[in-house]
Design a protein around this ligand. Structure first.
Ligand code: DPP
Ligand code: ZN
Length: 862
């Protein structure tokens, strides 16, 4: 597929200032009349023809300033509509199009899901509604009239504020919405359908009264309360943390069941995948509640970082996504435990972004070319993008960071901005040159930071040598390294280092030497505290030194990291004596702290994943060997820690009749108790299965029920099959719960899983047309079952490849996303590598592949 390049960016030749839409909803023939106020762009070069983007549209009418455009004056093709000789003055264009929302399986543009009309326009879905300058630097004020049969769509929602509504004849009605804030087309949305709602008032710090509402399938209103509460808390937090107030009279969230993304930040009308809205304790886990809170916040925060200040072009996607992820992470950290949340952020960065940055789909946080923008909604743009913002704050300090954010919003409000505009705001308020820091946006790959220390006891001096290395050529990056020294009894607070006065050293050269004075004993360095930069750290420490950090460091992140590092080495190079020592250290840790901070303790007990172990290997990957080694380590630890785990289990048992609360402290207790159960079961599968079965029966909420089921699912036998069957029956009419059940079965690391998945594809609740179902059954398999996905006989690869082929024409975005599971195929051992290559080439041979899939395929095979 052809590439679109950042260097080719040119301002649009024309602008559109106002858009008046009249949308008459119909299941198969929805008619859209768009009145567009166009004018030449003074910053553009409006001398050629005018091309309006369009995709899969039927053109019904075209008028210019009230007169039909003669057929000879325009042309329509697969990419849109061209006016050969547009006026060189402001003019009105009326475009009438027709679309079939029921036939829209791509879920881009206007479509129907469970009878509800909804839209998805990011990145380029608006061109599937009408012909338009579908690019984010064309911003217009929208007025939208929506009409429908009242019976079919009693609720009609648009962007902005409701203006008027009323009947049309006997059985139809309409509503008009006006959005006073100019916006790019990707933020446009309409919804029509039978929906129930919950609502709550909010008064902004500017005194504006806002009605917040969450719309869901009728009868599910009791499941929308948590999301609504998260909306209110997000509004409060953005005022307090960033001084940002909401700017319309209503804020609506709508949950729909078929949605390609997690959610979408359309102005005043966020549309959500129902997975990230609906929650009651019977159907949602603690993780679901945390995700709902985070994603509600994320989409709400886009109102400023994305909507009021949008992106000039799609190369700047990180400008809104990286920044907004950073903002939602800060929000969740304030709502929950900051260190626990930070560990979660880093785990997900390492699970998704590090492999991406090391594989064929690697790209800079701001890419400089793309074939299909939908393939760039990646962990790199989002999560590494957020890490860059976090490093910027570390670099300039929180006060200057806040001042810079204020400046950014003030200077760019109502504009389509660039990464340069963002950095300029911080350069202005600090007077600093941020051009070296800006390299983070341009350089793909994860840097390595290596460290070596030497202690001079006589001089009471510790010297630390730091060096950075990048996988790609170029000047050094600016890496903030938060650090400290830890002695046998704890942090050596008396030690001083002139170049890291406040505990952070800025490594802006290839290498540097730090000198610590007044170091009273040989220390263990604690580097990259709180994961101060998204790099891989090479620091040779013994187990004993790492376990000192676990026991004594003041930085919770590095305490957790130390245990992870020891465990990772034991997976890569098993050793019984060292495992005993590790178990003893974990035991001491649990005795001292497990009950004081259960959420943190649960993370310490969670060993590195098989994917992380694979990522850390230097040679070819054999997923079976990694699985065996990790399993053996868990079994060893489970046996060694059994008495303690039993005590934890008892101590954290909920009180009889206690009601469920999704708050972080309660969730932490459940997390530790369930982690203990899982480790006990690894040590003694027989007893573990029995205990987990009892826990499954006694569970009063989905968190505990699913955790018990997950433990049972790892232990082959009749108990497992019975438990899975009864869970499936109990939730036969709860698609979101069945997704968990699909995912759990898809990730069983056994040969029989392929047959299980084949059978589950025929389950009445499974549907290839619903992205959540496909992700649960097939996506979980490809991303979460390394031994079976990468089977040497190729059958695991074939399952995923067949799904990609089957989905490609119906929903290319989801097909392409599934295909990214092959990203690490070249690192596999020879037989598996060959099998993967065969499957990828088999997809390549399919005629008429979508641009989405072709793009991922070409890059993966390169
Ligand atoms: N809706 C997606 C997100 O918020 C894309 N903007 O990240
Ligand atoms: Zn976003």
């Amino acid at each position: 597929p052809p590439l679109i390049r950042l260097e080719d960016y040119r301002p649009s030749a024309f602008l559109i200032d106002r858009v008046n839409l009249d949308i008459v909803l119909d299941p198969h023939a929805t008619r859209i009349t768009a009145d567009l106020a166009l004018r030449p762009n003074p910053a553009g070069a409006p001398d050629g023809p005018l091309h309006l983007d369009g995709d899969d549209l039927t053109l019904v009418g075209l008028d210019l300033d009230g007169a039909p455009v003669p057929g000879a004056d325009y042309a329509v093709d697969a990419s849109g509509l061209t006016l050969h000789r547009p006026p060189r003055r402001p003019f009105m264009l009326r475009v009438v199009t027709e679309v079939d929302p029921t036939a829209n399986t791509k879920l881009m543009g206007l479509y129907r899901t469970d009878g509800v009309y909804c839209t998805q326009c990011e990145a380029d879905g608006f061109r599937r509604i009408t012909y338009f300058l579908d690019r984010p630097d064309v911003m217009a004020v929208y007025t939208t009239r929506i009409e429908a049969r009242r019976e079919e769509a009693p609720v009609l929602l648009g962007n902005g504020n409701p203006v008027e509504a009323g009947p049309v004849g006997e059985d139809r009605h309409y509503a008009v919405w006006h959005d006073p804030h100019p916006k790019p087309a990707y933020l446009f949305a309409v919804v029509g359908g039978r929906l129930g709602k919950v609502e709550a008032p909010f008064r902004t710090m500017e005194g504006r009264d806002v009605t917040c509402a969450v719309y869901v399938e009728p009868g599910r209103e009791d499941r929308a309360g948590y999301a609504l509460d998260a909306v209110i808390r997000s509004m409060q937090w953005d005022e307090r943390a960033f001084g940002r107030a909401y700017d319309l009279d209503v804020f609506n969230v709508v949950a729909v069941s078929a949605f390609n993304m997690g959610a979408m930040e359309n102005k005043g009308l966020n549309i959500f995948n129902d997975k990230y809205v609906l929650a009651v304790p019977e159907t949602a886990t603690d993780a679901d509640y945390a995700n709902i809170e985070a994603i509600i916040a994320h989409e709400y925060f886009h109102n400023w970082s994305g909507n009021r200040v949008t992106c000039r072009d799609w190369f700047q996607l990180c400008l809104k996504e990286g920044l907004t992820v950073f903002r939602d992470q800060e929000f969740s950290s304030d709502m929950r435990s900051r260190p626990v949340h930070r560990i979660g952020e880093v785990r997900s960065l390492r699970a998704r972004q590090f492999p991406e940055d090391a594989g064929p789909l690697r790209h800079p946080v701001r890419p400089n070319a793309y074939a299909e923008i939908n393939n760039f909604y990646t962990a790199t743009v989002y999560d590494k993008g957020a890490e860059i913002v976090r490093m910027l704050r570390t670099l300039i300090g929180p006060a200057a960071f806040r001042a810079g954010m204020d400046r950014y919003f003030a200077d760019n409000d109502g504009r389509a901005a660039t990464v340069e505009d963002f950095l300029a705001a911080f350069a202005t308020v600090t007077g600093r040159d941020l051009s070296a820091f800006a390299r983070w946006y341009e350089r793909p790959g994860t840097p390595r930071l290596s460290a070596q220390g030497a202690y001079d006891a006589a001089a009471r001096r510790y010297t630390l040598h730091l060096a950075q290395a990048l996988p790609t050529e170029g000047p050094p990056l600016v890496i903030p390294v938060a650090l400290g020294l830890v002695g046998a009894g704890g942090p050596l607070d008396g030690a001083t280092c002139a170049s890291a006065a406040d505990g952070v050293f800025i490594l802006d050269r290839i290498e540097a030497e730090l000198v610590f004075e007044n170091v009273t004993e040989e220390p263990v360095p604690s580097l990259l505290r709180d994961f101060s930069a998204p790099v891989r750290l090479d620091l040779a420490l013994s187990d004993a030194q790492r376990l000192r950090l676990l026991a004594r460091d003041s930085d919770p992140f590095n305490r957790w990291q130390a245990a992870q590092d020891v465990a990772l080495r034991l997976i890569l190079a098993p050793d019984a004596a060292r495992t005993d020592a590790f178990a003893e250290a974990l035991g001491t840790f649990l005795d001292g702290e497990a009950l004081a901070d259960p959420a943190f303790a649960a993370l310490v007990l969670a060993l590195p994943t098989e994917a992380e172990a694979a990522d850390a290997l230097s040679g070819d990957i054999d997923p079976d060997a990694i699985h065996r080694a990790r399993h053996a380590l868990r079994a060893h630890l489970g046996r060694a820690l059994a008495p303690r785990l039993t005590r934890i289990d008892a101590a954290l048992a909920p009180a009889e009749g206690a009601s469920y609360s999704p708050d972080a402290a309660s969730a932490g207790r459940r997390a530790l108790r369930n982690a203990a159960l899982d480790l006990m079961a690894a040590g003694d599968p027989q007893a573990g299965a029995a205990l987990a079965t009892r826990r499954l029966d006694a569970a009063t909420n989905m968190t505990d029920r699913l955790a018990a089921l997950a433990t049972i699912a790892q232990i082959p036998g009749e108990a497992r099959e019975a438990a899975l069957a009864s869970f499936g029956e109990r939730y036969a009419h709860e698609p979101l719960v069945l997704d968990k059940w699909f995912a759990l079965q898809a990730t069983i690391p056994e040969e029989g899983t392929l047959a299980r998945i084949a059978a589950l594809k025929g389950h009445p609740a499974f549907a290839m047309t619903n992205p959540n179902r496909v992700r649960a059954l097939i996506g979980s398999f490809s991303m979460g079952n390394p031994t079976q996905f990468a089977r040497a006989d190729g059958s695991g690869f074939a399952l995923v490849a067949d799904t990609v082929k089957a989905l490609d024409s119906a929903n290319p975005q989801i097909a392409a996303r599934l295909l990214t599971a092959f990203g690490s195929w070249r690192r596999l051992e020879k037989n598996r590598r060959q099998a993967a290559a065969e499957m990828l080439n088999g997809i390549k041979a399919v005629p008429g592949l979508s641009r989405d899939v072709a793009d991922i395929l070409v890059r993966t095979l390169k």
